[in-house]
Write a protein that binds this ligand. Structure first.
Ligand code: SF4
Length: 342
């Protein structure tokens, strides 16, 4: 997507407000702030004014309430927060509102509250469709809640996002991919995939210290998320983010005690997908390996993906195909996930 077509997103943090309890992977010290004050009118004005300066040539601006369970807030608070940005909407300075929320808080009554406002996207914290995994993660809702929530959301004109986690307690590869297929089958518009990290102060920290939970290794997380990405992509669901956790507190890396954290996790996944694609093509078309030199052509911006972190993909290709030399070229006419082999 052209950067100017992407909306400017103004984040408004509602730190864990509206959460009925603490999920096992969430951070307790931050959860403890849940009764703290939500941003008031003047704070929201300040945030909006500040971010609007960066609109540049972008066509749309959206407000995003994140870091909590938006529809779990007191109804009066939901309306008050939305009303704080009402003037910007009327002046057409803000085009849409988005927020994340738990599936079990999506009800007809709550959706009626937001109906008068231009809500453009609702992100549902699905995490898993496996009830044993949801229970082990202390989510406090079941997969059926997600099915019902998606049904309700489909009756209103919003884009539906899903947040999904890899590496949850009691999960394994089979249940994770089965869960991903079920989520993709609910036809959301987009997805975010977060590998689970053990956060300081979370219940998982204790389980990890006691040896009751082992996080995914980075390579394993990349491999699993790659499979999840493919399931979503094949179902026509756009994956807009891979990496970090359901809460943006993950931006503070010192909170992470263990787990597959990497500053460019999505890049690792895309790199591995390109590597797989090259091997698949070469193995399917032996004719591509008739000469010693094999050419690989990608979009210039996909070059770091093709090479992989620290040129890892090229090193792996040299080991897998020791009788060949790989020459890398670029072509702006190709899409980011296309590759030409010659
Ligand atoms: S994971 Fe979501 S619902 Fe659970 S405590 Fe954290 S913010 Fe609240």
């Amino acid at each position: 997507m052209n950067p100017q077509e992407k909306p400017l997103v103004i984040p408004i943090f509602i730190p864990h407000s509206g959460c009925p309890h603490q999920c096992a992977f969430c951070n307790q010290s931050i959860i403890a702030q849940k009764d703290g004050p939500l941003p008031d009118h003047s704070e929201i004005q300040e945030i909006v004014q500040h971010y609007l300066k960066f609109k540049g040539r972008r066509k749309k601006v959206e407000i995003a309430f994140f870091g909590g369970n938006f529809l779990g807030l007191d109804p009066q608070i939901i309306v008050t927060l939305l009303e704080h940005i009402g003037p910007y909407i009327r002046e057409k300075k803000i085009d849409g509102i988005r927020f994340s929320t738990r599936p079990d808080t999506i009800t007809k009554e709550r959706l009626a509250l937001i109906a008068p406002y231009p809500v453009s996207a609702v992100e549902v914290g699905v995490q898993s469709m496996n009830d044993a995994v949801l229970s082990a993660s202390g989510r406090g809702h079941e997969s059926l809640d997600t099915v019902k929530a998606m049904d309700l959301l489909k009756q209103i004109p919003v884009k539906i996002g899903v947040q999904v986690m890899a590496g949850l307690p009691a999960d394994n590869e089979i249940s994770l991919l089965e869960s991903t297929r079920k989520i993709a089958g609910l036809c959301p518009d987009f997805a975010r995939i977060y590998p689970l990290m053990v956060l300081k102060g979370s219940r998982m920290e204790k389980w990890y210290a006691e040896g009751l939970y082992q996080p995914l290794a980075l390579a394993e997380a990349v491999r699993l998320v790659k499979h999840m990405y493919r399931i979503f992509r094949n179902a026509g669901v756009e994956v807009i983010r891979m990496g970090l956790q359901a809460s943006e507190m993950m931006e503070d890396a010192s909170m992470v005690l263990a787990g597959p954290w990497h500053p460019a996790f999505g890049h690792l996944v895309f790199s591995e997908m390109l590597y797989d694609l090259v091997c698949e093509r070469l193995d399917q078309c032996p004719g591509l390996l008739t000469s010693e030199e094999v050419g690989l052509r990608v979009h210039p911006r996909a070059l770091p993906r093709l090479r992989g972190e620290r040129n890892n993909n090229m090193k792996k290709l040299n080991i897998a195909y020791p009788n060949h030399r790989f020459r890398v070229l670029t072509d702006e006419g190709l899409s980011m996930d296309e590759i030409e082999i010659f």
